[in-house]
Design a protein around this ligand. Structure first.
Ligand code: KG4
Ligand code: ZN
Length: 343
């Protein structure tokens, strides 16, 4: 069984082909980062136009790398939400057209399901498992009971953790998207110079709040600028280090609550999966791995290139759905606000 997946919900145009032997035959990503770096964030109209221009080439390349023709594909999957409506329309219309032309099934995939199930493409992970999704748009603990059965056991009440990284980077004058630049500067800084708020740290649940942390960074930056005229390099490094340290403190504490909550509802916890763009951060990975192992569970995070947005995760979710006969109508429309617990 061979599935072609398409991802276009935000600022990557991606196409990938996977098979039921868990082989990734191709995984092509055209990033729009250069276009959005000019504005310091994603402009939806610019993103939609760029998806339209890139999509055809991206699919051609995915087929060429896999050495397949369009007729070798058994089903076409596309991210159908959540995300920016323009990009979703491009992806879903392309997948539906290919399905119609080749008389093969179409599968609508939830973007977060893609992130959640990637772990099963890469490792033998059985249901149920606990997942922490940390990306630019989402911060959630999910009990993954089965395909189509997801229970959210903790979520952000305001900003996503990746958003907090990006906004903090912007305050520090670092490029967009800022997560990897914060990580780089944090390595050079001292995390004990500045102290930032860690909202909801001690509430006895697995919910997060990151907007107060960002405000706390802004207040510090404003004070330094008032005093010195501008931030110097050591300020930038120390703020990045203290910010990353605070995020790790919050994620670690909440991971412990989430594990406790998971264990109250399910007999066994074998694997905890950490996924999404922020899971590319090596200090965050190391801290979470330690907590999870101390709780006698196995830590799993996808390799760096499969942590962020990609289409292999969409093709794989499509394949898992196809195996269960879960295909979708060609009339399905994208849903920009699609909720994970409402598949
Ligand atoms: O999953 P993803 O590629 O896209 C979304 O679905 O949002 O995640 C992108 C987010 C951005 O906020 C980016 O700054 C963050 O992941 N990110 C990182 C790192 N690499 C990417 N955050 C912290 N450390 C990193 N190394
Ligand atoms: Zn994502």
């Amino acid at each position: 069984m061979i599935v072609l997946g398409i991802e276009s919900s935000c600022d990557e145009t991606a196409a990938a082909i996977v098979n039921n032997n868990k082989q990734i035959l191709s995984n092509i990503i055209y990033s729009q980062i250069k276009e959005h770096a000019i504005t310091g964030g994603v402009v939806p109209e610019v993103a939609a136009r760029s998806h339209l221009t890139a999509m055809y080439h991206c699919i051609q390349e995915a087929l060429a790398v896999a050495n397949l023709s369009i007729n070798d594909i058994d089903a076409f999957a596309a991210t159908s939400g959540p995300g920016l409506i323009g990009g979703l329309l491009v992806g879903i219309n392309t997948a539906q057209s290919l399905a119609l032309a080749t008389n093969k099934p179409f599968i609508a995939v939830h973007h977060l399901e893609g992130h959640l199930l990637t772990s099963r493409l890469l490792e033998n992970i059985k249901f149920p498992f606990l997942a922490l999704l940390i990306s630019g748009g989402h911060s959630q603990f999910v009990a993954v009971e089965n395909i189509n059965q997801y229970k959210i056991i903790g979520t952000t009440l305001d900003d996503a953790v990746g958003e907090a990284f990006d906004k903090t980077a912007r305050l520090l004058g670092l490029p967009y998207p800022g997560g990897k630049y914060i990580e780089k500067q944090a390595k050079l800084g001292d995390p004990s110079i500045f102290k930032f708020n860690a909202p909801l740290l001690n509430t006895k649940d697995a919910n997060f709040s990151f907007s107060g942390l960002k405000t706390s960074v802004r207040n510090t930056v404003d004070k330094l600028i008032l005093k010195q005229g501008k931030l110097d390099q050591s300020n930038i490094n120390d703020i990045a280090a203290a910010f990353e340290h605070t995020v790790i403190k919050i994620l670690s504490q909440k991971m412990q609550f989430a594990i406790k909550q998971f264990r109250q509802n399910y007999k066994e916890l074998n694997h905890v999966v950490v996924s999404g763009g922020v899971a590319a951060n090596l200090n965050i990975r190391a801290a979470l791995k330690e907590i999870i192992n101390n709780e006698n569970a196995n830590f799993f995070a996808p390799p760096l290139d499969l942590c962020g947005d990609n289409a292999a995760m969409i093709a794989w979710s499509g394949l898992e759905r196809l195996q269960l006969g879960l295909t979708d109508s060609l009339n399905i429309k994208p849903n920009p606000n699609w909720q994970l617990n409402n598949l």
